[in-house]
Write a protein that binds this ligand. Structure first.
Ligand SMILES: Nc1ccnc(=O)[nH]1
Length: 166
């Protein structure tokens, strides 16, 4: 299988997709879930192929999206696609993205920044294992972009309101 990555996204595309992932996260709240959302974007860096919000603690937005992606697209195609999420994927989700053969992951804020901003919560007892650490230990070079400064404040604000009222 050839590992040909898609072209790099522009800053405008990155911000647009991260904002949309936050809009998906807002929908998750309406559904009674935690405020996390993920997108799968095509190699053109424009077309949104999939959107997924958090379902529960074992069906996070990013890992659920990666499973659906792997079920519906070839591994070769997914290597050219990008997963977007406003909050860094946990190690379960980074691992699932890897196994799905998604070639690039873009996140807004570090999971450690989320923990700092909201404090620990029994419904979101995050593991301190970074996506960078996970991808550094993989056999294929998944590209990781993040944190993205411009999206952090709005993401932090939404997360703080949600977890403070939980
Ligand atoms: N980054 C995430 C943390 C927790 N739950 C999710 O769905 N996503």
């Amino acid at each position: 299988m050839s590992l040909k990555r898609g072209p790099a996204p522009s800053k405008e595309q990155i911000l647009r997709h991260l904002r949309r992932s936050n809009a998906v996260a807002e929908r998750a709240i309406l559904l009674g879930h935690h405020p996390f959302g993920a997108l799968l974007v095509a190699p053109d860096n424009e077309t949104v192929l999939l959107e997924q919000c958090n379902i529960d603690t074992v069906n996070h937005a990013e890992s659920t999206l990666a499973r659906i992606a792997a079920t519906n697209y070839t591994a070769e195609y997914l290597w050219q696609c990008t997963l977007y999420t406003a909050v860094e994927p946990c190690c379960m989700c980074a691992g699932t993205a890897y196994w799905a053969n998604i070639g690039r992951v873009v996140f807004g804020m570090y999971e450690s920044q989320l923990l700092e901003a909201t404090g620990s919560h029994q419904e979101n007892p995050t593991m301190s294992v970074s996506s960078k650490y996970v991808f550094e230990h993989c056999q294929k070079p998944v590209e990781l972009i993040g944190p993205v400064e411009e999206i952090i404040e709005e993401t932090r604000a939404m997360q703080q309101v949600f977890w403070a009222g939980r």
